[in-house]
Ligand binder design. Structure first.
Ligand code: RB5
Length: 153
């Protein structure tokens, strides 16, 4: 099940992604926002990222204007590997090499056609493990070192 959210800058693109998820019968929960009124992207990022970090949702999708702010915010939550992918190549390797558990998109950067291709690839690709697992373990060590308060996995 996918947790999805956006700020006002990502609202329109999120509607296209929701349409894709509906058409492909992919289950999701929309954590807002629900119109184009301005909201603060860290609030949405935290809601979605916490749900993914707790294991309540297998993956998340977050959209803001550039995809940058919402990705920075989501990556503050321990256990989150949020990847900003405004192209299909990055989407593929963010899964294969980084085991990204949140995809972020720039609603003011890319159009709905490309966004849906990115989401489609990102949801299908799997983590390849091996040497990449060693690197992710090192990222987890960094989290452990700097975020001593920890976080639920
Ligand atoms: C909101 O205006 C905009 O700053 C936000 O959507 C995002 O682009 C931030 O990184």
């Amino acid at each position: 099940m996918i947790a999805i959210g956006s700020d006002h800058g990502g609202y329109v693109l999120k509607q296209a992604v929701l349409e894709y998820l509906d058409e492909n019968k992919i289950a999701y929960k929309d954590f807002g926002c629900f119109d184009e009124n301005a909201v603060d992207y860290p609030d949405i990022a935290m809601k979605v990222a916490e749900e993914v970090a707790k294991g309540n949702f297998s993956r998340g999708i977050l959209i803001c204007g550039t995809g940058i702010g919402i990705s920075i915010a989501a990556n503050k939550i321990p256990g989150i590997r949020a990847a900003l992918c405004n192209d299909t190549f990055s989407a593929k390797y963010s899964r294969q090499h980084n085991d990204a558990n949140i995809l972020t998109l720039g609603g003011r950067v890319i159009g709905p056609g490309l966004a849906v291709d990115i989401v489609d690839i990102w949801l299908r690709e799997e983590f390849t493990g091996g040497r990449h697992k060693t690197r992710l373990d090192k990222i987890a060590q960094i989290e452990k070192h700097y975020w001593k308060c920890g976080g639920e996995k």
